[in-house]
Write a protein that binds this ligand. Sequence first.
Ligand code: C2O
Length: 491
Amino acid sequence: MQRDDENTPNRRRFLQRIAVVAGTSAFVGTGNFLERFSVASGMAYPDPPDGCPAMPAGGAPFVPGSDTRPIVLRKSINALSSTELTTLRDAYKALRALPLTDKRTWVLQADLHALYCYSCNNSTVDIHGSWTFFPWHRGYLYYYERILGSLVGDPENFRLPYWDWENVRAIPAAYTTPSGVTNNSLYDAVRDGGMANGDPLPINDGSSTQIANLNGLTDFADFGGSAFGSGAMEPSPHGAIHVDVGQHFGQQHDMGDLAYAARDPLFFAHHCNIDKLWSRWNDKAGGAGLPAGAYRNPTDPGFLNARWSFYDENQQTVSISAADVLNHRNNLRYIYGLVRIPFPPRWYFFKCRLFCCRPGPDPAPFIQMDERDRESILRALSRSQSSVMLLLRGVRFPAKIAGAFDVLAVSGDKRVPVGSIGIVGHSGVEHREGPRPTTLALDITTAAQDLLKKDNPATLHVVRRSESKAQRSAFVLQADSAEIRVQQQQL
Ligand code: C2O
């Protein structure tokens, strides 16, 4: 299975090159190929990994306080007025029409993302898989937003919208209807068939329950990553929704492949929502009874001083650091709507471990824990409504794996989904550093009775989602450490 999967992107790139030579879209088959021509220059856009532009370097450093535009609300895409939606479409239309020689152009900006995610031959970094994930994307969106705003003559007030998938469970209509890029600059022909036709997101991906669980993670390392690995937000909902909207292997690649993801305008609405959730997570800092570092960003200079170069609305090379983007209100001039911040719920922690593995045709790990802890969790569950989260740190994925996976608690014939993992692959170059570990936050509320059974507890399996009848695990879940968190008033 792996081998076939790995060959597909190369074959696709090969077919695309053929199509360029032959000057026909017949080989690509989606009709999207023609949309990949620059209208202005008549040239085919270069594709990663070979066709990427040079990695931007240096540039005028961002000066906090220098942006004095008004502080404007970033809104949900579904809350835009029809005038605002027209402006958004006009902006993307203008962006798509820019010639390839322009540093602001649609594909060059998408290639910037590819460059920074190790998808180009000349990539030198990957800003995914570590604590750079949040601040890099915030900086990228900031300059992209300025470019779009200046293309419609309103950099002062233009702000990107977000796709709040926790409420809007399908691709927002603005991005699908009308269809075709000529009629709708937010459209992308290269999306997964199901979601492109209105299917909702799989139940676990980006649900409000999942977000409530993520908000139970008070440490930045668990939520947003560390120097060496990613936080729980990155594999799911972030990665899962990427792979739901696009496919990693095959032709529906844009959102499903880091090398192409930012060619879909939906990418920016998706990442605005990720950015909003980071912002709201920070808003919980300082709550009563919380430890000092809870809901706060890292203070390590290795995080704060990370700096990246982008192009601004005047095509100038500029650079911005992680420290510069932390206060998005004052420095980047946007906010997200005020929400009533619920008092951070109290979670009770229990150490446990994933014991690998119960032997059999599909060996899989199960939870082991102190007998008294196990009993108090089960007692709490029987007494009242509780949420139970299994937090796994230092989870490693096999090399070169990509796609959407479900995590299932399996007990006999019973298979209860407890979470999802989206690994957004690169069709570009091989990751020189290898896959980085991640934190996973699984919602085991409905499976807790089975997972915590004294004899024959349920086992945890990771199955590839596209193979709905998959009986075998795609890989064995392993973690450096594990913890169960129970949210309940009286324990
Ligand atoms: Cu840089 Cu959502 O990926």
